[in-house]
Structures are given as C-alpha cells and as structure tokens.
Ligand binder design. Structure first.
Ligand SMILES: Nc1ncnc2c1ncn2[C@@H]1O[C@H](COP(=O)(O)OP(=O)(O)OP(=O)(O)O)[C@@H](O)[C@H]1O
Length: 603
C-alpha cells in the first residue's frame, strides 16, 4: 500500500467525522473548542518564558537599588497560570474524548447489529462476508481511538502553524531544516504501518479460526463432546501452530521497526542540534537576545516533536482510515430481499390467504454449492390445508421452507401467493404471517416465559397469552417443574440458569409457533425429540389449533405424517409424488414403500 493509497484512505474521514458529530453534537463541539484553546497555549508559554528571561537579563544590568522585581514576578505568575490552564484543559479534553469515544463505540455497535439484522441469510453463509463483519466488529473500539487521533491531529496542526509563524519570522530556512530532520522518520513510519496493516489484514481468516478454536476449546456448548472425544489436544495444537506463526511474523516486523526507528530518531536529533548551534551563534553575535534564544530553541524543539507526532499520527490515522474502509464496506453490503422499490406497488398481504402458494418450476442452489438443492419443483400448497413434506436426508425439505419464508429467493422459477409472485409482497409482512419452527431452533438464554414469547416478541409482557401458548405446546408441564416458573432463566450460560432436555426444549420452541398467530405455520421436525405420548398429544392439539390455517409439517415419522391432508414426497429436490395418505398407499410408490418400511420396523 503506497503513500497515495494511504492519503486516499483519508477520504473516509469526513463521513467518519459526521458519524461522531451525530453521536453527540454538544460533546463534539466542546471537545473542539477546548482543543483550540489548548492549541494556542504552547506558543503563549514560550513567549512568556522569553519575556521573563529578557527582563531578568535587563535587571542584572541595572544597579542593585533599581532592580524592581514586580514585573518579573507578574510574568512568572502569568506563566504559572498558563501551566495550570494547560493541565486543566488537557484533562478536560481527555475526559471529553473518553465520553465521546464510549458513546461512539456504543452507537457503532448498534448500527452494526442493525445492519447485520437486515442482511439476507445467504450473505451470512459467505465467508468473505464474515471476514468483513469481523473486521468491522474489531474496529468498534479502536475507532474511538481514531477519533481522538483525528482531533489531536487538528489541535497539533494549529499549534504547529502558530509556532512555525514565530520561527519563519526569525529565519525561514530553519523550517526547511526542520522538515529535513523529520521526513525520513515519517516515511519509515508509513512503511512499517503499511506492513503491519497488510499482515493483520491477510490474517483475518486465521484470526477468525483462532477465535473459533479458543471458543470451541472452552465453552459450555462444546465441553461435552470435547471431553468425550478427547479433542482438547487437537484443538490446542492447532491453536498453537497458528498463533506461533502469527507471532513470529509479527516479531520480525517489530524488530525491524525498532531498529529503523532508532536511526530516524538520530537524524531528527542531528537536525535539532544543527539549528541550535546556529541560534547560539546568532545570540553570541548579539543579533538576538537571550530570551529570543530560548524562545527559538524552545520553538524548534517543540516543532520537531510536534511534526514528528503529526507525521507519525498521520500514518496511524491513515491506517485507521483504511480500517474505516472495512467498516463502511460492511455497511455497503445491501440485502437483496427487500420491499419492492418505491414506484413499484407493494402488494398488500392477503388476509385471509385465498388460494395458497404455488411453486412453479422452482430451482435453488446454495451459494458455493455445486449441486441444486431443489430443481424443477412444482406443486401447490392450498389455503387451509395441512401438507406434510417427506423425503430422505438432504432431499431439500428445509430448503423449500426457507424459500417459502423468503430467507432466500429461488434461483429459477417462481413462487406465487394467491397468483402473484412472492417478491411483490413486503418480506417483513410475509414473515409476520408465517410462523416457522426450524429443526435447529435457537435455544435462547432467556427466562422461560420470554423464550416462548420469542414467537411474538411484542407480546412478551402478555402473561396470559404466553401461558396459553405454553399450554398448547405442552410446555406448561415443563415450566411447572422449574423453580422460578416462567421467570426461570433457562440454558447454562448465565448465573442460575437451568438446562432442559432436548424434548423439553422442543416443547418450548413449539410454544413459539402458538405465540405467533400466523396464517401459515411451518414445523420442521417439531417432534423429533418428543416421546411417543407427547408426540401424539402435540398432534392432537395441532390439528385443533390450526383449524382453518395453512400448515406445513416436516417429519420422518409416518405416524405424524399420515395426519396431514396431503403428503408431498421430495426426492433429490423434485416432487416424487403428492396426495393423501390413502391415495399414496394405494399407488404403491415411494411413499408406500417408505411407510411399509417404517411400519415393519415396529412390528
Ligand atoms: N446453507 C447451505 N449451503 C449449502 N448447501 C446447503 C445448505 N443447506 C443445505 N444445503 C444442501 O442442500 C440440500 C438440501 O438440504 P435441506 O436441508 O433442504 O434437506 P432436508 O430435506 O431438510 O434434509 P434433512 O431431512 O436432513 O433435514 C442438501 O444437499 C444440503 O447439503
């Protein structure tokens, strides 16, 4: 990455500053105001110092009787006041920086979570997306450092201009000497920063793996299998190998950086002493006063430190700005499954659904997948019917459900709802009207009541409704056994949490479907972990509770499947056959074969 690229990364700064401003205009303004005041103090201090010295020298030349100390003491008092002010302003600025930085980091995290929530599911399945997300996430904290750096940069630039003004008035070429002394250090600094950015950038996937290994090696979710399979050495070895590699690459860079840094510092010091010699010569020759000598030497030293600071901070700011690129890149990723554009009419969602859903030659291929998960799939899901999906592992049942809920859009063909393409409706409204309980439903680490309320989170305070859903899904008997009932934290992650069995969790998840009040209910293997009696009861209730609603059931248990109005057998992403239990049995096709197979197992 060249200096040009770094400079061009700075183009993100205005947008960045705008974000800071939006976080808190008051804090930002106060910060800038105080910094401006603080920026003028070094010049004022040097100048007062010069006046004091010149006064003292003048006094020594007077006869002892005429030496009035009043004015000098006044100047010293002024300098004392300025020193106190410098310190107070410095602290105030640091305080404002940290407050603003915290607010900004929080606001950025919220923005990040908001944006991530809008993105499509397939974007989450893409590993380069994860790298971007990861880099953007990593930056939430260091971005507040960047903010302080940018503001400090502005402050130092103001001090620099003021001090340089004084130096130029005395001898313009001293400024040239100054630049000569600091430029090598700056170039060196840029070079090494670029190296370390490239190194850290190229290591993003490995760092993600390191985080994953660290987590897998020590977390409640994995502990069981890590122990049983004796995986800890395997995980630790992989972690050590990766982290050692990163350490040695980083170490080589750090060593070179330290070496060159020493050389550049020496060049800078030589520049300063060159200028110092010149100024001393001027003072001895009587061209300038002793006060001016200290003022100029002080200005020069100060300027050198300032310039060095500004230049090296420039690299850091440019670096930070490069990371901003990652941050803004992440916000550039836009979901594709969105409301139809303004101008195109959004079709109001039918209440109730009249005809139902029609799949027309639907094909779908996952990103990065070789084979089609579904292909040439055509069938109808009629309004009000209960349709069961049957098929072997990997046949495409869950994929079909995801397409219905528009977690993905078909790669080929289309899905119609009441005769219109699903894409003409507002996806948010569609999802509101669909309740899906996936086989890999989430075990939220929340109190039992809220775990059910997840199905309709707006109703989380509606206790009667939660209890009713619990009753319908048989979760009430699970909750009755919990020490704190509906307020009992479930899951082991947090203090006082109680874990549930697989089937108990499933009853809770099922309760979410009943919270939902959706027109289309989809249960993806909802009863796999339930015992036989619970399963029977769940389905008795399910039939009652979904009266008049459309429902899709995925199950490998034919005792469940046969209760559906119609059964769709999927094989390799296509419709194999469709019909009622009796029809399919009479046909003697695939369904009949699978049914007999399972029935034989029970005899
Ligand atoms: N996120 C994904 N990325 C890539 N391929 C996927 C993804 N999810 C599923 N697949 C593939 O798509 C095909 C259909 O999977 P799907 O989950 O729809 O099957 P299923 O019928 O629900 O299976 P099961 O009975 O095992 O739940 C499978 O070959 C699977 O490997």
């Amino acid at each position: 990455m060249s200096v040009r690229e770094r400079v061009s990364a700075l183009r993100h700064l205005p947008a960045f500053l705008k974000l800071i401003w939006q976080t808190s205009p008051t804090l930002t303004l106060s910060n800038i105001g105080l910094r401006l005041l603080r920026a003028a103090l070094p010049l004022a201090l040097l100048y007062v110092g010069r006046l004091i010295l010149d006064d003292v020298v003048a006094l020594t030349k007077l006869p002892p009787a005429g030496r009035a100390l009043g004015p000098v003491f006044g100047l010293v008092a002024l300098e004392f006041g300025l020193v106190l002010l410098t310190d107070a302003l410095g602290r105030a600025v640091a305080l404002l920086d940290s407050l603003l930085g915290d607010l900004f980091a929080n606001a950025s995290s919220v923005r990040l979570m908001r944006h991530a929530a809008e993105l499509d599911l397939d974007q989450f399945e893409d590993s380069t997306f994860y790298d971007k997300l990861e880099r953007a996430r990593r930056q939430t904290l260091s971005r507040s450092v960047l903010m302080s750096q940018v503001l400090a940069q502005g402050q130092d630039a103001v001090t620099l201009v003021l001090l340089a003004g004084g130096l130029v008035a005395f001898q313009p070429w001293l400024l040239g000497l100054l630049l000569l002394a600091v430029v090598p250090a700056f170039l060196g600094e840029s070079h090494f920063n670029e190296r370390s950015y490239s190194l850290s950038h190229s290591w993003t996937p490995e760092r993600r793996e390191l985080d994953y290994l660290r987590q897998t090696g020590a977390s409640d979710e994995t502990a069981k299998e890590v122990k049983i399979f004796g995986l800890s050495d395997f995980l630790i070895n992989r972690f050590s190998t990766l982290s050692d590699q990163f350490y040695s690459q980083n170490k080589a860079l750090a060593l070179r950086r330290a070496g060159w840094g020493t050389v550049f510092a020496a060049i800078g010091a030589a520049g300063y002493y060159g200028a110092y010699l010149y100024i001393i010569k001027q003072a001895v020759g009587g061209a300038i006063s002793i006060g001016q000598l200290t003022f100029l030497a002080g200005s020069f030293a100060r300027l050198r430190a300032l310039l060095e600071g500004i230049l090296s901070r420039f690299s850091q700011v440019a670096d930070g700005a490069l990371y901003l690129q990652d941050f803004f890149d992440f916000f550039q990723i836009m979901p594709r499954i969105v409301r139809p554009m303004v101008g195109q009419a959004v079709r109001p969602f039918p209440r109730p659904i009249r005809q139902g859903f029609t799949f027309e030659e639907v094909g779908f291929k996952y990103k990065n997948a070789e084979k089609w998960a579904l292909r040439h799939l055509s069938f109808e899901l009629r309004a009000g019917e209960k349709l069961a999906l049957v098929g072997e592992n990997g046949a495409g049942k869950t994929t079909l459900v995801k397409l219905l809920a528009r977690l993905y859009d078909p790669s080929e063909g289309r899905i119609l709802l009441d005769g219109h393409d699903l894409r003409e409706y507002d996806p948010a409204e569609l999802r509101q009207e669909i309740g899906v309980i996936f086989q890999d439903f989430v075990r939220f680490q929340l109190p039992a009541g809220q775990n059910l309320a997840v199905g309709r989170i707006e109703e989380r305070s509606n206790q009667p409704r939660i209890e009713q859903a619990a009753h319908q899904s048989l979760a009430d008997s699970v909750i009755a056994k919990l020490p704190l009932g509906y307020d009992q934290m479930i899951g082991r992650r947090f203090n006082g949490g109680v874990d549930l069995s697989g089937g108990e969790w499933q009853k809770i998840a099922l309760g979410r479907a009943y919270m939902r009040e959706a027109q289309l209910l989809i249960l993806d293997e909802p009863t796999a972990a339930l015992d036989a009696r619970a399963e029977y009861e769940v389905f008795e209730r399910f039939k009652e509770l979904t009266q008049g609603k459309t429902a899709v059931l995925i199950s490998h248990r034919f005792s469940t499947v046969r209760m559906a109005d119609r059964i769709l057998v999927i094989e390799h992403g296509r419709v194999q056959e469709i019909g009622s239990h009796e029809e399919l049995l009479a046909r003697g096709g695939r369904y009949a074969e699978l049914f007999q197979l399972q029935a034989a197992g029970y005899r």
